[in-house]
Ligand binder design. Structure first.
Ligand code: NAD
Length: 301
């Protein structure tokens, strides 16, 4: 089977793929040239960077499958794939721990002012009094989206004795009980949470699910963590909430465009911790993604 990767995958994964299929690495090819290179391939492996649009999909007439190394498949035109009988597969289990660890580390970093403490100490300032923080222990944390990642976040939060509120219409009740969480409606979560962390997929129903109305219901000085997808939170509403101090700080790994450079959030840098979509970027997670890709390719043959 002729298979290519249009985004980077681990060296181990490449080596394994070379043993079981005719593999070509196209991850270095500029995106605009990709449609001219795909005509022979029966499967394409993508991460988050390649946008598998109708045009890209149609440039690969032999395509049988698109494999997304990672979870979110919002960069793939799944409807078009369905109409052409092209399978869309992903590696949903692999990144969960890495994303959950990042989410909790962002909560702790905001609570303890880690980025500011680091920057000012390196700048020979000694802001010991100013940088008094807060503890995660005992805080009420709202987890919006309680699937694989939300559950892992919940497990970590139990170690901090947090009160965990969960919003997820399809959440597994047994897993909510396992973390001593409480399933609530979104309004209750917004009103009661000291920290809110987002772990929903980007769907029509989740796009903009947090807008001006939802911000108005949050506690003053709430902390937000978004490692899911940027557009789950309305960009302008977040900027207003940062400006008014409704949101004391936000930690974001995902944005409305690929990068945040043109976003109004950049007017509030001192209230933000920003990471460049590194949720699943750990060596361990990349290895697990690679292993899951190889297993998916074996099943394609
Ligand atoms: P998942 O499918 O296991 O869980 C998502 C949960 O969201 C499901 O339980 C679903 O019922 C719930 N949900 C759907 N609509 C909802 C709504 N309106 N309100 C509340 N809950 C709702 O997915 P996952 O593996 O936990 O991943 C979640 C998302 O995290 C992915 O879709 C992806 O966008 C994002 N992600 C980001 C990174 C990163 O690098 N930052 C890495 C992996 C995944």
């Amino acid at each position: 089977m002729k298979i290519t990767a249009t985004d980077p995958i681990s060296d181990t994964c490449k080596a394994e793929l070379q043993k079981i299929c005719d593999f070509t690495d196209l991850s270095e090819v500029p995106k605009e040239e990709l449609p001219t290179k795909l005509s022979d391939f029966e499967a394409i492996i993508v991460r988050s960077k390649t946008k598998a649009t109708k045009e890209l999909i149609d440039s690969a007439p032999n395509l049988k499958a698109i494999i997304r190394g990672g979870v979110g498949i919002d960069n793939i035109d799944s409807e078009h794939c369905k109409s052409k009988n092209i399978k869309v597969l992903n590696t949903p289990e692999a990144p969960s721990l890495a994303v959950a660890e990042l989410a909790v580390s962002l909560m702790l970093s905001m609570l303890r002012n880690v980025p500011r403490g680091d920057a000012t100490t390196k700048d020979n300032q000694w802001l010991k009094k100013e940088l008094k923080g807060r503890e995660l222990s005992g805080k009420t944390v709202g987890v919006v989206g309680f699937g694989r990642i939300g559950y892992e976040v919940g497990k970590f939060l139990t170690a901090f004795n947090c009160n965990i509120l969960v919003v997820d219409p399809f959440a597994n009740e047994r897993l909510i009980q396992a973390i001593n969480g409480k399933k609530v409606e979104l309004n209750e979560l917004l009103q009661k949470s000291d920290i809110i962390t987002f772990h929903v997929p980007l769907l029509d129903s989740t796009r903009g699910m947090i807008g001006a109305d939802q911000f108005s219901k949050m506690k003053n000085g709430v902390l937000l963590v978004n490692t899911s997808r940027g557009p789950v939170i309305d960009e302008k509403a977040l900027c207003s909430a940062l400006k008014s101090n409704k949101v004391a700080m936000a930690a974001l790994d995902v944005y409305w465009d690929r990068t945040p450079e043109k976003s109004c959030i950049m007017e509030h840098k001192d209230k933000l911790i920003l990471t460049p979509h590194i949720g699943s970027a750990t060596y361990e997670s990349q290895d697990r993604i690679g292993e899951e890709i190889v297993e998916l390719v074996k099943k394609l043959k």
